[in-house]
Design a protein around this ligand. Structure first.
Ligand SMILES: *Cc1c(COP(=O)(O)O)cnc(C)c1O
Length: 555
């Protein structure tokens, strides 16, 4: 093996760059002219390469003195953005990457409208109100209740608002009873999405993270709830659609446990349903959520969803709805006075774009219930097809269970793939999100112990797919899973190609020996930006991210 010296690519580029500037006195002046002041626009017709000559200084990390022409800036950024992944092949994300072209038109036409200018944009505000009503109805709000809610930036903001309302209601009750309000706690599973833990940390509430297990299907374990609640429990976060595996948490079962607890102790503990994905999947699919989960259960006081996930809008919109205004403490609401009247608000942001709210309303109007139903059933069918294909190879086992006959939760080596026949629907199968979480089968691991599952993710990335490989929640984190979120935009064609590509990549790995595979070892430094954030951030030692109070990030 030849002795070689480590090469720092950034240093190399810098040296070459400096060498190219040497002996070019006056070059700065020339560049200042070229940059387009005094009407000479650098990008308006010169040869492509001269628009971005390597001896031209355009600082990246501090503001340039003069700027460059808009055409140049556009081309520069466009070219750099080519390095990004393709949104449609980003199978890691729940967030929408496709909307119909008429929705794109509405977004473009309304992109300059601000949601905080209620008085200026009354038509947009009406659409916002109608979206709140549509969601409250969809989620089973009961007669006589006045649902209230708001658009948010996403589910994260929605969850923080819901959590804060629960904390305040708990405080008000405790204070009225002459009790202290020093030690609030909230219950969730260790599979909770980072937004839920963020709420606890940002709003000074103890997060009681209950361990998940294979038996609890990696979800909040109802059998642990009773022993972890007390008079200081402000609420329970129940997740409709675990981000790890797509399983729905058992809202009705937990609600019953809390009913029993209230009968015994008098403490009334509310449920907030984090329906980031599932609150816009379950209502439409034939499978539903498998049990009651929404405002039909009196204990469910609030529900959030991400409009930008299965609401089928681009990133930037979420929703929070309380079943009745009594569950939103008055003093959390701000009154804003405008020329035309008074507007009430309860959000973390003031200004925010309005276009996604219009886009959300477009989807509701355009698709209607049956449109959403067709899309969600299609996503479920595609997710089943992927799951069954993976298990048919013998190399993979699915941890998600939406492709198994309703009631059969776990993988059985002897069981043949289930089919509900020609007119099957999601109701023939276990309920859950259209998510496929899979791992190497036990046989595969026995036969190819040197093949690391991460390599599947890395090699698929070369083919442009983004499919993450990550450990299950704490306690179960010895098991790593690969995860594909099947969104509306995953066509059958793409699905077939994906299955073929996963097979090809796996076969390549099976043929490779240990030495070849070590070549996939972790990358060293990453980009200048990533290094910069590492220097300024507190992630120096991220080996044990939870141990240092740094959150893991499965999203
Ligand atoms: C995505 C997600 C969130 C966070 O939602 P954003 O809309 O990305 O802020 C919270 N909870 C669950 C279960 C999620 O899937």
């Amino acid at each position: 093996m030849a002795l070689s010296r480590h090469i720092d690519p950034d240093e190399l580029v810098l040296k070459l760059h400096e060498a190219s500037l040497e002996g070019k006195s006056g070059s700065h002046k020339r560049h200042a002219q070229l940059r387009g002041h005094g009407g000479v626009h650098y990008g308006s017709g010169g040869p492509y390469t001269s628009r971005y000559a390597t001896n031209q200084e355009i600082p990246k990390f501090k503001l340039s003195e003069d700027g460059v022409g808009s055409e140049t800036a556009y081309q520069l950024l466009k070219d750099e953005l080519d390095l990004d992944g393709r949104p449609n092949l980003n199978l890691a994300s729940f967030v929408g990457t496709y909307m119909e072209s008429r929705a794109d038109d509405l977004i473009r036409e309304n992109i300059s409208k601000n949601m905080s200018d209620a008085d200026e944009y009354p038509a947009m505000m009406n659409m916002h109100t109608r979206c709140v009503s549509i969601l409250a109805n969809l989620w089973g709000v009961q007669k006589g209740e006045t649902a209230i809610g708001s658009a948010t930036t996403g589910s994260s903001e929605a969850i923080h608002l819901a959590g804060l309302a629960m904390k305040r209601r708990w405080q008000e009750k405790r204070t009225a009873a002459g009790k202290d309000t020093l030690h609030p706690n909230i219950i969730m599973g260790t599979n909770a999405q980072v937004a839920l833990e963020k709420f606890a940390r940002y709003f000074d509430v103890e997060a009681r993270l209950l361990p998940v297990s294979e038996a609890s299907e990696w979800r909040l374990d109802p059998s642990l709830v009773r022993d972890n609640i007390d008079e200081n429990t402000i609420g329970v976060f129940v997740i409709l659609g675990s981000t790890y595996t797509g399983h729905y948490e058992p809202v009705e079962e937990i609600s019953k446990i809390l009913d029993d607890y209230e009968r015994e102790t008098g403490h009334d503990i509310p449920i907030h349903v984090d329906g980031a994905s599932g609150a816009l999947v379950a209502p439409f699919t034939a499978a539903g959520a498998g049990a009651k989960w929404n405002f039909e259960l009196p204990r469910v006081k609030s529900i959030n969803t991400s409009g930008h996930k299965f609401g089928l809008v681009y990133a930037g919109v979420g929703w929070i709805i309380w079943r009745d205004e009594q569950y939103l403490p008055r003093h959390l609401i701000f009154e804003l006075h405008y020329l035309g009247g008074t507007e009430e608000s309860y959000t973390l942001n003031f200004s925010r774009p309005g276009a996604q709210i219009i886009a959300q309303y477009f989807n509701f109007i355009h698709l209607g219930f049956n449109g959403y139903r067709a899309i969600m059933e299609n996503c479920m069918a595609n997710a089943r097809m992927l799951s069954k294909s993976l298990e048919a190879t013998g190399w993979y086992t699915c941890v998600s269970s939406i492709h198994r006959k309703r009631g059969q939760k776990h993988y059985k080596p002897s069981a043949k793939a289930y089919s509900g026949g020609e007119d099957e629907t999601s109701a023939d199968y276990n309920p859950g999100l259209p998510v496929v979480a899979f791992r190497f089968s036990d046989e595969f691991k026995r036969e190819y112990p040197h093949v690391k599952q991460q390599a599947v993710s890395t090699l698929l990335r070369v083919k442009q797919y983004i499919i993450p490989n990550y450990p299950l929640p704490p306690n179960e984190d010895k098991t790593e899973i690969l995860r594909v979120v099947v969104r509306e935009s995953m066509s059958a064609d793409l699905l077939y190609r994906l299955i073929a590509d996963i097979c090809e990549v796996t076969e390549n790995l099976m043929r490779s020996d240990q030495i070849d595979l070590e070549a996939f070892g972790g990358s060293s430094k990453g980009s200048a930006e990533a290094q910069h954030s590492r220097m300024t951030g507190d992630r120096k030692d991220s080996k044990n991210p939870m141990g240092n109070g740094v959150h893991r990030s499965v999203c």
